[in-house]
Design a protein around this ligand. Sequence first.
Ligand SMILES: Cc1cc2nc3c(=O)[nH]c(=O)nc-3n(C[C@H](O)[C@H](O)[C@H](O)COP(=O)(O)OP(=O)(O)OC[C@H]3O[C@@H](n4cnc5c(N)ncnc54)[C@H](O)[C@@H]3O)c2cc1C
Length: 266
Amino acid sequence: MNKTDVLIIGAGPTGLFCAHQLGIIGLTCEIVDNLDKVGGQCIELYPDKPIYDIPAIPECTGEELTNNLLKQIKPFNFNFHLNQRVEELKKVNDRWHVKTNANKEFDVASIVIAGGVGSFEPRKFPVKECEKFEGNSLFYSVKDKTIFKDKTISIFGGGDSALDWAIELSNTSKVNLIHRRDGFSGMEASVQKVKELNDQGKINLYTKYQLDSVVGEDKIDTVKIKHDEGELKEIKSDYILGFFGLIMQLGPILDWGLNINKKQLK
Ligand SMILES: Cc1cc2nc3c(=O)[nH]c(=O)nc-3n(C[C@H](O)[C@H](O)[C@H](O)COP(=O)(O)OP(=O)(O)OC[C@H]3O[C@@H](n4cnc5c(N)ncnc54)[C@H](O)[C@@H]3O)c2cc1C
C-alpha cells in the first residue's frame, strides 16, 4: 500500500499543475493515469497542435506544454502510476483507500480528481471472441514493437495510427492492412506510402473488409474478414492490431457518489 498525502487522479495539465502546487506547500503526492503517458488530452490528442491561450506563453504545442509542466514538478520527485485506472475509493476512518484496476493500492489523506473528460479507452472490435485474445495476441496500442518481428500482423483501421504502424511494421513483419472503406482518414502522404508498399507486395491491403471472426486456441491463428458484398477471406495471423480511435468516458468516477450532472457528461 502506497501511503502519501494526496492522490491525484489524472496526469493531464490540471493534475500536473496541481502536483506543483502541492509540492510548493510541502505535501507529497502520487499521480495515477489510465494513459501510458503523461499529459492528458494535450499529449494524446494534439501533441503537435499549437496552443495560444496559456498565460505568459505566446505559443507552444501540446507536447511542449506537457514537458514544461513536467520540468516544473521535477524537483519534487513525485511518482507516476500509468496504464491504470482508479476504480475504487473507500473512506477508512479519516483517510481514503484507493485501488486501481492494476491492483495498486493507496492510503491517502486527500484525493484530487483531475480526470478531465474522463479516461481514454480504445474503441474495440465488436466481435465477442476478441476479448479472449486481448493483451496476448490482440492489441489496441503498441507498447513493444519487437514482439512483431518476423510475424504476420493484421492491422485494422484507416486513420493515422493504422497507416503509421502498417508502414513501420512492414520493415520487419508481414503486414495485412484491413479497412472497412475505400478511402482513408490518415495523412495523404501515409496513404500514398501504404499504396506504394501494397504495389511492392510489402503490405497486403484489403479495403471494404471488416473483421468477421477470430480463430485460435491460446493465441490467434487465423482471422476471417468479410467484404461489404459478403465474401469471406481467411488470413493466417499471429497478431491483430485494432486502431479505431479512443472514446472518452468518465467511467468509475460516476460511481463515487459525487454530485455530478450525469446528463451533461454522458
Ligand atoms: C483537439 C483539442 C484541441 C484543444 N486545444 C486547446 C487549446 O488550444 N487551448 C486550450 O486551452 N485547451 C485546448 N483543448 C482543451 C484542453 O486540452 C483541455 O481543457 C485540457 O486537456 C483539460 O486538462 P485536464 O488535465 O483537466 O484533463 P485531461 O487533459 O482530459 O486529462 C485527464 C486525465 O485523467 C485521466 N483519467 C480520467 N479518469 C481517470 C481514472 N479513473 N483513472 C486514471 N486516470 C484517469 C485521463 O486518462 C487523462 O489523461 C483542446 C482539446 C482538444 C481535444
